[in-house]
Design a protein around this ligand. Sequence first.
Ligand SMILES: [Zn+2]
Length: 122
Amino acid sequence: MATESLDQKRAEFLALAGMAFERMFGSDGQNGLVTFAQREERACEVSDELARWLMAEHVGEDPAGEAGVECRCPICAGPVRYPSAEQARQEVRELMTRRGKIEYRRAAARCPRCRRIFFPAG
Ligand SMILES: [Zn+2]
C-alpha cells in the first residue's frame, strides 16, 4: 500500500475517531450521558463502529483480493489471472464479525475453463 493512500486512510480514521469522541463527550464533557449504562452503551457503540471500519478497510487492502493476482480455481485448480483491474469484477462481500456486520469490496475472478465466479482466498 502506497504511503500516500496510507496517510489518507489515517486521516479518515482520525476524523472518524474525532466524531466518536464528540459522540461520547460532546461540548460539555458529558453529552447527555448520565448513567453508567448509557456511558457503556455509547462507548461500545462508537468503538464498535471504529472497529468495523478498521476491519473493512484492512481486509479491503488484502493483496489476495486485488486484481492482477494469479490464483487457483477452486473447481479445477487451474490458474486464473486477470491482467487488469477492469477485467475483474468488484463484488461487495459481507462478513459477520464480533463487532457486527462489515461490508467490503474485493475482486471476483472467473475461471476461463469452468466459467465459475469465485473470490480468491485470503
Ligand atoms: Zn476452473
